[in-house]
Design a protein around this ligand. Structure first.
Ligand code: AMP
Length: 454
């Protein structure tokens, strides 16, 4: 970190109100409308240097307010230097690893910019490309994209990156996990050299830092939580059990815990479906969200969870990545992830924006090494929660769980459901992808403030 950036961070650490950040009035109005008064630590650290045009490397988990940290100064810049949108181009590009996250980021831009006339579009795979091609014809101010579909659009000459003034790479660690490294390197080649770049990751191991160096020039570095620190407000428990006891344990815990909303993490897609089936058989309404579900199915499940109509959402890691739903009181780790960092991401889904949360892990004998790795990384020992009283008798009263279906080749022992498919629900491949993949289309160009084109 250079002297200038260090000084900037310590100065900005004193910013306690949005009104002190020097953001344009329409942004302040939008923040007031959302009821945001006080910037989160990442916002007060990042916004001042970003308004100065600096590059930024941020270590921040989801739930820290990082979307506003990059959206607010960018909207400020784009509307202060208002221009015609470049045909088949964009002025700002935000890359996100999953379609859910891309949609969520775009929605934040729309909300923060609702008193301004800037356009925002979202493009991701798994939906027809032609409508996206048409949307991009007149150009947009802000484009939020997943990497594969972005390159498809470029290859079809529907989009050029040569007018990008601000580039954001969000969730870099997840991008690498999903195998997007080659796509990112190619996108780097296509971006103009003169631009502002922002790079965010929840963790910063060497490979991620190297990727960051590729995109950034003399960045300000901000970090809102020490690397891989487990969310402090989450109460964490572990119960040792046999794999065959997990379903009954989950059902009984869901019945006994005061749950507002709970996320259940399964390591595989088939496992997630099976858990939902068994919960339903026991009279507990739940939905599954994973990479084998179509976009409309994913949106429906997420919608029911958001509105509270369904309190239990069973997810694989990748599908859960973009879920920003407040009021998640419990996270169940039905299986422990075999990558310790993933545990931090999972439990970070609860205890968002100041709330408290509970995380419960079911640990089978062969998962004990994973528990050890998690405790080593987080420097927190999970509190052991014994099996519920009368477990055997209570378990016997439950419907017999559906047997494990044979898993297709390749689903077994996979790290998560991004292993063979990328964030766009397509089998992993470098750049090409079949055109017109099935699924409903979402991703309209939206104008802030209902304004028309310029
Ligand atoms: P993010 O880390 O960007 O996913 O944001 C996490 C959640 O915090 C989102 O629901 C935001 O709407 C909310 N949020 C962001 N900034 C603030 C703020 N300054 N005050 C209150 N809530 C915020």
């Amino acid at each position: 970190m250079n002297v200038r950036s260090r000084a900037r961070i310590s100065e900005s650490a004193f910013v306690t109100k949005f009104s002190e950040l020097g953001l344009i009035e329409p942004l302040q109005r939008a923040l007031a409308a959302k009821g945001y008064d006080i910037p989160t630590p990442i916002q007060s650290q990042a916004i001042p240097p970003l308004l100065e045009g600096r590059d930024l490397c941020g270590i921040a988990q989801t739930g820290t307010g990082k979307t506003a940290a990059f959206a607010l100064p960018s909207i400020h810049h784009l509307s202060e230097t208002l221009k015609h949108t470049p045909p088949q181009g964009c002025r700002m590009l935000v890359l996100a690893p999953t379609r859910e996250l891309a949609s969520q980021i775009a929605e934040s831009f729309v909300q923060y910019g609702k008193f301004l006339r800037l356009s925002v579009a979202t493009v991701f795979g798994g939906v027809p490309i032609n409508k996206q091609i048409r949307q991009l014809q007149r150009g947009v101010d802000i484009l939020v994209a997943t990497p594969g579909r972005l390159l498809d659009l470029i290859d079809q000459r529907a989009l050029s990156l040569k007018f990008v003034e601000i580039f954001v790479l969000d969730e870099a660690d997840q991008m690498l996990d999903l195998g997007f490294i080659h796509a990112l390197k190619r996108i780097d080649q296509l971006l103009p050299k003169k631009r502002q770049s922002l790079f965010f990751s929840a963790t910063m191991p060497k490979a991620i830092a190297e990727l960051g160096n590729r995109f950034l020039t003399d960045p300000v570095r901000v970090s809102v939580a020490p690397q891989s620190t487990t969310a402090e407000r989450v109460e964490q428990f572990a119960t040792f059990c046999n794999p065959t006891e997990k379903q009954a344990l989950l059902t009984l815990r869901i019945r006994s815990e005061p749950i507002d909303r709970a996320l259940v993490f399964s390591r595989t897609k088939h496992g997630a479906d099976r858990i939902v089936k068994n919960l339903r058989a026991a009279g507990i309404e739940s939905e599954a969200i994973h990479g084998n579900k179509s976009q409309p199915q994913r949106e429906r499940a997420l919608g029911l969870f958001r509105t509270g109509d369904v309190k239990i959402l069973v997810a694989t890691d990748i599908a859960a990545r973009g879920i920003d739903v407040g009021g998640v009181s419990h996270v169940f780790n039905y299986e422990l992830p075999n990558v310790a960092e993933q545990y931090v991401h999972r439990i970070g889904r609860t205890a968002r924006a100041g709330a408290a949360g509970v995380a419960i892990a079911f640990v089978a004998d062969d998962e004990r090494p994973y528990l050890k790795a998690i405790e080593k990384l987080t420097k927190i020992q999970l509190e052991i929660q014994p099996l519920p009283e009368n477990f055997i008798a209570e378990k016997a009263k439950l419907p017999k769980p559906a047997p494990s279906a044979p898993q297709p080749q390749g689903d077994r022992n996979r790290r998560h459901d991004g292993g063979g498919r990328n964030a766009e629900g397509q089998p992993k491949r470098r750049f090409a992808r079949p055109k017109g993949a099935p699924g409903a289309h979402k991703g309209a160009v939206r104008r802030f403030g209902g304004g028309g084109g310029r």
